[in-house]
Design a protein around this ligand. Structure first.
Ligand code: AGP
Length: 622
């Protein structure tokens, strides 16, 4: 998820672009750049890695860039490491170096989204004499627009629509053409983009916060539309190049609400971003019904030679490992153990070249996980990192990397990154099962089809969040909560418990349901809340009876189960039903009500949901 901005009007563009970008840093911040036109002069492109202030310093807060028309970008890397070369804007010219400076190019552009077929398009453009300086999909998109612009000599709008027909994926593009000095052209599919126009000035942005200071009059450009933006004016075109009328909308949000997309907290916004995070992660590793893990560099021979897998992580990432253990063992038949990173380094786990150590980490900077990675490498294991931040330390030091595409996660309590890691581990399990001939191609295709339906099923659960909001209002003063389950349901319970305790400060624990009778059930007293996760058919009855044992001691029961198990209402006090999917993947669905329960309980208790006390988003100390 990146942030793009644009401005054209009577004022100097660069300071406005920098100010707008500063309100989009939550969308990504590993590099940033500007391109500004000073009348008919060529665009001046300036880029910087790191936080936005580096770019502001490099351009003397924008004063070093003259011109009243420009575009800007703050990047969250998805293709290509965070570097000057890969930073946006990107140019169509065959320039060497980073595509910075006064560039001799017909087209200059910035992009938010993922071009899925950029490799094939790059090969096409290389055959037509284009030279590439970056590893990004965006440079391919900009050069493809240039290709059609020169080939058909039909003007920017038609060059862009032809490009839109050829590219697959998501995009919000803002482009400047040398022959149109005070205009910006935009195109959108699935990535957000708004266009403001008022009083002889016009603005483009990925999100409302970027332009709220300048105008509340905006156009919400539709999917597969092109916009032609000039000072104070915006024209819109459909994919056929025919002009279409778009309504001007008044924004009523305040700036803070706008940054959270209208949600009260980043956590709730990110819970709702899970369908997209899962979909983007899936689309990056499943192409046309086949798993493509070539990005990891993990060869089929390496997968065949795995003797054991050790998953190492912290917190919620460790919970992903606990779920992945069941899935990988069952599908791929590989022995899997899951270790806390902070404990792993003190263990003498037998590790050989046949051991694959998988480090799971959203930030890619967690000190315990990084230390564990280094120990694993010292002991001769092959290492694979599943991380969300491209270019992070763990990503750079692991032998192989599988990136999740959840985008920046602001709330300390992880949700969308957890879900993206989960789906990535499911795909990895299917891939390993296929390579090791534990699964037929048909079975793999069926399971991948099930995964493809997960995003929509998460959306369906989110549509019924009010039930959980109501229930959490009843339990805000609960003192003790137990999350129980068996098998994969136990792994899900672990995440539910952590979500609850880390943001509502209510003591809670997750227990393997069969373990309660070995001591913990002595803690159950009147009104102790027992939350049972019941998604695994073969274990359903046993877990229900464990819940009944708690009920007979005064426990208050909430059951989370799949549609159809309506008999559960006869046994528990409150039931949450979720859609069905293959049981291996139920964690992706059952976790959503648990996230919402923790969120609403924290809100009901008036706590700082996004920044819980004592916690940091990335624990870079041991
Ligand atoms: C989860 O909600 C917490 N924020 C925390 O447990 C987190 O999962 C853990 O610190 C690991 O972080 P990482 O994924 O960035 O390595």
């Amino acid at each position: 998820m990146c942030g793009i901005v644009g401005y054209t009007g009577r004022r100097q563009a660069a300071p406005i672009l920098l100010d707008s970008l500063s309100r989009l840093e939550y969308r990504g911040y590993d590099s940033a750049g500007l391109a500004v036109r000073n009348g008919a002069a060529l665009a001046e492109v300036v880029k910087a890695t790191g936080k936005l202030y580096h770019l502001a310093d490099k351009t003397d807060q924008g004063r070093a860039l003259a011109g009243c028309c420009g575009i800007g970008h703050t990047r969250w890397a998805t293709h290509g490491d965070p570097s000057i070369v890969n930073a946006h804007p990107h140019v169509s010219g065959n320039c060497s170096g980073s595509g910075s400076g006064a560039v001799e190019s017909d087209v200059v552009g910035v992009h938010n989204g993922i071009i899925e077929n950029y490799t094939e398009l790059k090969e096409k453009l290389l055959r037509h004499g284009y030279v590439f300086y970056s590893d990004t999909d965006t440079e391919v998109a900009v050069k493809l627009v240039d290709y059609y612009y020169k080939k058909y000599k039909i003007g920017p709008v038609d060059a862009i629509t032809r490009t839109m027909v050829r590219i697959r994926g998501s995009y919000a593009l803002a482009l400047m053409f040398k022959d149109y000095p005070d205009e910006i052209f935009a195109a959108r599919k699935d990535s957000p983009l708004i266009i403001g126009a008022e009083d002889g000035e016009a603005y483009l942005a990925s999100d409302v916060p970027a332009i709220l200071k300048y105008t509340r009059q905006v156009y919400y450009i539709d999917n597969l539309q092109v916009a032609r933006v000039s000072p104070g004016k915006a024209l819109f075109y459909d994919l056929n190049g025919d002009e279409v009328e778009m309504p001007l909308t008044e924004i009523t949000w305040d700036a803070e609400a706008a940054e959270k997309g209208g949600f009260e907290h980043f956590m709730l916004k990110e819970i709702h971003e899970q369908p997209g995070a899962v979909r983007d992660t899936l689309n990056s590793i499943v192409k046309d019904g086949w798993v493509d893990l070539s990005q990891t560099g993990l060869t089929e021979d390496a997968i065949r030679s795995i003797e054991q897998i050790v998953i190492v992580a912290c917190g919620s990432a460790w919970h992903v490992g606990m779920a992945a253990q069941y899935v990988m063992e069952d599908l791929a038949g590989i022995p899997v153990r899951v270790e806390l990173a902070s404990e792993f380094r003190y263990r003498s786990i037998p590790i050989s070249g046949g051991t694959l150590v998988i480090i799971i980490s959203q930030s890619g900077e967690t000190a315990d996980s990084l230390a564990a990675l280094r120990v694993a490498k010292e002991r001769g294991a092959q290492t694979l990192a599943i991380v969300n931040v491209i270019g992070s330390t763990i990503a750079r030091e692991a032998d192989h990397v599988l990136y999740t595409l959840a985008g920046p996660e602001i709330a300390v309590a992880t949700t969308k990154a957890y879900s993206a890691q989960l789906i990535a581990s499911d795909v990895l399990a299917i891939h390993m099962a296929r390579i090791r001939e534990k699964m037929t191609a048909e079975e793999a295709e069926r399971l991948l089809g099930e995964l493809a339906l997960i995003p929509e099923k998460i959306s369906r659960i989110l549509e019924e969040k009010e039930r959980l909001q109501w229930f959490s209002s009843k339990m805000a003063n609960t003192r003790d909560i137990f999350f129980i389950g068996r098998g994969l349901d136990y792994a899900i319970s672990l995440e539910g418990s952590l979500k609850m305790k880390e943001i509502s400060y209510i003591h809670s624990e997750a227990y393997a349901a069969g373990e309660l009778k070995h001591g913990t059930i002595s803690l159950v007293e009147n009104n102790t809340l027992i939350i049972g996760v019941l998604t695994q058919k073969a274990l359903y009855e046993k877990t229900v009876s464990n819940m009944m044992e708690c009920k007979s001691r005064g426990g208050y029961l909430l059951g989370i189960t799949t549609n159809g198990n309506f008999d559960l209402e006869d046994s528990v006090n409150f039931t949450v039903y979720i859609p069905k999917t293959d049981e291996h993947f139920m964690a992706s669905l059952a976790v959503v009500p648990l996230q919402l329960l923790g969120y609403y309980t924290s809100v009901n208790r008036g706590l700082d949901v996004d920044k819980p006390r004592n916690l940091a988003k990335s624990v870079t100390v041991e």
